[in-house]
Design a protein around this ligand. Structure first.
Ligand SMILES: Cc1cc2nc3c(=O)[nH]c(=O)nc-3n(C[C@H](O)[C@H](O)[C@H](O)COP(=O)(O)OP(=O)(O)OC[C@H]3O[C@@H](n4cnc5c(N)ncnc54)[C@H](O)[C@@H]3O)c2cc1C
Length: 407
């Protein structure tokens, strides 16, 4: 069902569609007795709702103390972990129920990962680990803007380990203007826990060289650590710390849906996720959900890891979807530049459906400020169903299903 062509089909077909709401918390009482659906004493109640009645039904469920934990379209357009689900498998009658246990079991959040399994601060700035640079390759192709490098370090001989979604601290060589050693900078890890060579001995970063015009002098200024890394010769030794971060960890659930929204080097953790999901053959992790990457860049040559992403899309069309927003080349519906938020808006109805699935996690990574546009897109989708996005987002955060790391 998830083909690479993405458009407004969901919008246009929505009017004639029927959705199945999975509701918990409804209890048999005088009020619910007046409803057309019998209520179970425990577990989820499934209610078929035509698109035209979604608003009223949501409000009614809320009045009855129920909480909608999932909305799935009934029929050929069903979204079930990236695959089309036959209408019958959704719900066969207006009141079909299943035990509570199944709803709870789906709430495998990243937060539930065993704390002891998450490596944090194995190396600190006062005793950093020295690692050797194994490779340092340009990722921006000809005609693109700026410099972004894929840098790989050798971890062999150390006890350093990390998980997808964590960050590495890097201490650049030299001293600052006060003569003090430079402070560490954080970089999202772009490789899986097994490393690019799948031998558990390397770690990779995706680093953009910071470059800007000094606001007063107009002189070109280059960032200290990003320049250090981007110009690092192979074979050099570098001081690193960490790993750090628990916000961007992937859930263990192999059936989870993972929505990823990246700008620029924000792709780094998502590369790690996608390599773990699709490129590695891991015994204990066989991804079966839907991974949907929204990637915002300035020019086509700035689509980092483009070839590999396209290969994944070709090989796993049912499980991986790639939607790019190329701001300086593509136009949005209003004729303006195409930013990631415009792509979110174009796909807002499907995204809204997906985020309501308790198995869906959304991750945002990249430029500070990118969340604003994403919220706008999600707000307009939610409001169509009478839902306040900021309240809903708070609930998603509470459930550990909305993850943001911007810088
Ligand atoms: C959790 C996390 C993950 C990160 N992951 C990545 C990653 O994967 N890849 C990546 O490339 N970066 C990443 N970063 C950013 C990275 O940590 C550094 O901040 C970045 O590389 C710049 O560091 P620098 O030493 O080169 O710049 P610095 O020499 O420290 O210069 C930065 C300073 O320059 C000034 N400045 C910057 N832009 C302008 C401007 N336009 N006008 C005026 N002044 C300006 C500001 O004062 C700013 O504090 C991440 C940051 C965090 C917190």
């Amino acid at each position: 069902m998830y083909s690479s062509s993405i458009g407004g089909a969901a919008n246009t077909q929505a009017g004639s569609r029927v959705f199945v709401y999975e509701v918990v918390g409804l209890r048999q009482n005088d009020e619910t007795d007046k409803t057309s659906y019998p209520i179970r004493n425990s577990g989820s109640t499934f209610i078929k709702v035509p698109y035209s009645r979604m608003n009223q039904e949501m409000q009614r469920i809320a009045r009855l103390g129920g909480r909608i934990v999932n909305i799935q379209p009934l029929g050929v357009d069903s979204v079930t972990n990236g695959k089309a689900a036959p209408a019958k498998s959704q719900a066969t009658s207006e009141t079909e129920s299943k035990p509570m246990q199944s709803t709870d079991a789906t709430k495998t959040t990243a937060k539930e990962k065993h704390k002891a399994d998450i490596p944090v601060n194995l190396y600190r700035p006062n005793s950093p680990l020295m690692v050797k640079c194994l490779s340092n390759e340009e990722l921006v192709r000809e005609g693109g803007e700026g410099t972004v490098r894929h840098v790989t370090f050798d971890l062999s001989g150390s006890d350093f380990r990390y998980l997808e979604g964590q960050s590495l601290g890097v201490i650049p060589e030299g001293t600052d203007e006060k003569g003090k050693p430079h402070k560490l900078r954080l970089y999202s890890i772009a490789s899986t826990r097994h490393g690019d060579l799948v031998d558990d001995k390397t770690i990779s970063l995706c680093v953009r060289q910071l470059e800007y015009k000094h606001p007063e002098t107009g002189e070109k200024v280059y960032g200290v650590c990003s320049s250090y890394l981007c110009n690092l010769p192979v074979g050099s030794e570098v001081k690193v710390t960490g790993p750090v971060g628990k916000e961007m960890l992937l859930p263990d659930d192999e059936d989870a849906n993972i929505i990823m929204m990246a700008t620029g080097t924000g792709i780094a953790p998502f590369r790690a996720y996608l390599w773990r999901m699709f490129k590695e053959q891991n015994e204990g992790y066989k991804f079966r959900g839907l991974a949907w990457l929204f990637f915002g860049v300035a020019y086509t040559p700035n689509i980092l890891y483009k070839e590999e992403l396209e290969q994944l899309q070709e090989k796993y069309p049912d499980n991986f979807r790639l939607t790019c927003a190329i701001s300086r080349e593509q136009k949005n519906a209003d004729g303006g530049k195409m930013y990631i938020q415009n792509r979110i808006q174009e796909n807002a109805d499907q995204l809204w459906e997906l985020v309501q699935n308790p198995k869906t996690h959304t991750y945002i990574c990249g430029l500070k400020g990118m969340e604003g546009g994403i919220d706008e897109g999600m707000s307009s989708a939610a409001s169509k169903h009478g839902v306040d996005w900021s309240d809903y987002q708070k609930q998603l955060k509470k459930e550990g299903r909305w993850h943001v790391e911007t810088y």
